[in-house]
Write a protein of this length. Structure first.
Length: 144
């Protein structure tokens, strides 16, 4: 693999890691927000409860996941990350529809579930991508 391909591969791996972490943090944020919403302004973190922040974060996560996971599929030809991502993306987008509604538990459940599915898709993509680029090392715990 030449250095240009190596740099591209590193960039995509980093983007996948950022996506996985962002999706996981989003899920934690959405799960805990109903319980800590009163504390956020006291900690100077009131912007985390702002619906505009959440919408922007969800939309950025969806765009990043779409690019990274489609690129991963083209590379390793395995559909598992996309199968996890599609319902995750749908749940996230549906969840931001309920953001202003009176049923906040529905919103929390939708975006938490969607964020966890999206994080799982990124982790699966990272694992499959590492196997396809030759960086996977077979050892005693390896099932492949």
């Amino acid at each position: 693999m030449d250095s240009e391909q190596t740099n591209k591969s590193r960039w995509w791996h980093a983007a996948d890691r950022v996506g996985a972490m962002a999706s996981f943090l989003c899920a934690i944020h959405c799960a805990l927000l109903p319980f800590v919403i009163a504390l956020l302004p006291l900690l100077g973190l009131g912007f985390l409860a702002d619906h505009r922040f959440e919408r922007a974060f969800v939309l950025c996560a969806c765009v990043l996941a779409s690019f990274v996971l489609i690129r991963g599929y083209r590379r390793h030809q395995r559909a598992l990350p996309l199968r996890l991502a599609m319902p995750g993306l749908a749940l996230l987008l549906l969840g931001i529809v309920y953001i202003d509604g009176s049923v906040s538990i529905v919103h929390s459940v939708l975006v938490t579930s969607g964020g966890l599915l999206l994080a799982s898709a990124h982790f699966a993509n990272l694992r499959l991508d590492s196997r396809s680029d030759g960086t996977h090392v077979h050892g005693p715990q390896c099932a492949h």
